[in-house]
Design a protein around this ligand. Structure first.
Ligand code: HEM
Length: 491
């Protein structure tokens, strides 16, 4: 292996050559959890030539990712993603090893995504949530068996990211071709980034078999096409003085920003891709849960909680200005915990020696966070299998509420934005609709964070298709809200 066995950390036995790759199977989070029951919360496993330390409980993740965060600050490189998919646009921030360039990129992203900056982006969230809700209203009349919510919220997340980053949104319905192309390609690439989908990442010999590489090269070409169009368009607009304010525009125009072209492309790529597989997964599966029988009780409580704070029907507007309905904040946290959309977080590499249970883990070790197992750890969460926003209300424990955004030094840079997108989406959806389950049993969602995933080996959850029904609560009120938010955007 690239790194020798670590003394004092239990090791999962593996096959010669492949190590634990075969046993890891399709559902990595579940298998790792099973291993942890036998070998302990933190174990090491050899995958091909790579040695991985896996953390599987809330306490061990907290210890390694938070308490020892200054050592756990880098990211490993993988053959398929770094060597093939990323050769043209550079690595995303989330896949860049820690160095001066990564630091500069992360700093730029953090500035563009901090709390005060995010507050100025709320008009975008206003428009995009209204567009999706209007289209749900229109389509509900045509689709009496219910609606598959996926496309509406992929567009919500993608258009929000595009407008923030380039000052540009994709007009038109969820059937739009450009929209579909970006979503399809980013999804394809997300699959190349999984923990063990690509055995050639772990077993170099397999790189001689070309099949998968060709797919990766094709994904790269398709991604280059739209990323270059988007950036060129912004640059042309800046040149002719007609650009709209946006994150990349600010960076391009800032003489102080010491970022080169590669770094700017990498930031753009991070912005476009990071929110695209994550925010929709949470909204969609959140809706799936709300449509279920127990979800009816939760919707009722949420609706009453909203009415209590905003008795004058102005929650639609106020959800953009402030976050004052604790039940919805709790609902968002529970959606993030329960529907963990990156079950095995983005991998990390240590830059200094670390310790666990007295063992010394040498610098340069790769770590995987089993965020799914940590989010369902009964030592931290009472009745973890239950979907319960109430757990985050009065007696919520201090500290990190869940590990959906990772933790520590390389935690998600977009968490404020994502939280605002989720909060606004749920307030508005619950104000607009009663969400109920599809009539046909086979159309209903699978209410399990791992089983709901159509591609179990993917980095991010790709929800299996399901339908639910949206019944408008009050047409007059909703039309008034929508008219104001949509402005002159035609639907
Ligand atoms: C619900 C939505 C989201 C979830 C669940 C999510 C989750 C994550 C996770 C698990 C990581 C890895 C953290 C770690 O290693 O500890 C991450 C990194 C990152 N996320 Fe998010 N994310 C979301 C939305 C966003 C959005 C909307 C943006 C920006 C527009 C964003 C930007 C980033 C960036 C730039 C990183 C890389 C940070 C680094 O490596 O230093 N994320 N995210």
């Amino acid at each position: 292996t690239e790194t020798p066995k670590i003394e004092g950390i239990p090791e999962v036995p593996g096959l010669p050559f492949l190590g634990g790759l075969v046993a890891l199977g399709e559902c990595h989070a579940r298998k790792a959890k099973e291993w942890s029951e036998k070998y302990g919360d933190v174990f090491q496993v050899r995958l091909g030539r790579k040695r991985i330390v896996f953390a599987n409980s809330y306490a061990s993740v907290k210890d390694l990712w938070i308490t020892q965060q200054s050592s756990l600050i880098s990211r490993p490189k993988f053959h398929t993603f770094h060597g093939i998919v990323s050769t043209s646009q550079g690595f995303t921030i989330g896949t860049s090893p820690w160095d001066a360039s990564c630091k500069a990129k992360r700093r730029a992203a953090a500035t563009a995504l901090n709390r005060p900056a995010v507050q100025t982006y709320m008009p975008v969230i206003d428009l995009e949530s209204a567009v999706s809700i209007q289209e749900l209203v229109n389509d509900s009349q045509k689709r009496k068996f219910g609606i598959n919510p996926v496309a509406y919220f992929q567009r919500y997340a993608l258009n929000t990211s595009l407008t923030l980053n380039y000052g540009y949104r994709i007009d038109g319905s969820v059937e739009n071709e450009v929209l579909k192309e970006i979503i399809d390609v980013e999804r394809l690439i997300s699959n190349f980034r999984s923990t063990s989908h690509n055995w050639q990442d772990y077993v170099p010999l397999l790189r001689y078999f070309k099949g998968k590489n060709e797919k990766a090269v094709e994904a790269r070409k398709r991604r280059d096409a739209y990323l270059e169009v988007l950036l060129k368009r912004l640059k042309d607009d800046i040149r002719s003085g007609v650009d709209k304010p946006c994150i990349t525009g600010n960076i391009l125009k800032d003489p102080e920003a010491k970022l080169n072209h590669e770094e700017i492309k990498s930031i753009c790529l991070s912005m476009v891709s990071a929110g695209l597989d994550t925010v929709p997964g949470n909204v969609i599966m959140g809706l799936g849960y709300l449509s279920s029988p127990h979800g009816q009780t939760i919707q009722q409580k949420a609706f009453e909680a909203i009415r209590e704070v905003y008795p004058n029907n102005d929650a639609w507007d106020m959800c953009l200005k402030e976050e004052k309905v604790p039940y919805i904040t709790a609902l968002v946290k529970e959606v993030l915990r329960f529907w963990i959309v990156i079950p095995i977080g983005l991998p990390r590499t240590s830059i200094g020696d670390m310790t666990y249970n007295g063992a010394i883990i040498p610098a340069g070790t790769t770590f995987y966070m089993n965020a799914w197992a940590a989010n369902y750890d009964p030592a931290q969460f009472t009745d973890p299998e239950a979907f319960s926003p109430e757990r985050y209300l009065n007696s919520a424990p201090e500290g990190t509420p869940h590990f959906a955004y990772g933790a520590g030094s390389r935690m998600c840079a977009g968490s404020h934005l994502a939280n605002r997108e989720l909060y606004a989406a749920f307030v508005r959806l619950i104000c607009a609709f009663e969400i109920t389950e599809a009539d046909r049993v086979e159309d209903r969602p699978i209410l399990d964070a791992l089983e709901c995933n159509g591609i179990p080996t993917s980095l991010t959850t790709d929800p299996k298709d399901f339908k639910c029904k949206f019944r408008v609560r009050d047409e007059g009120l909703l039309n008034g809200w929508l008219e104001k938010s949509l402005g002159d955007v035609k639907m």
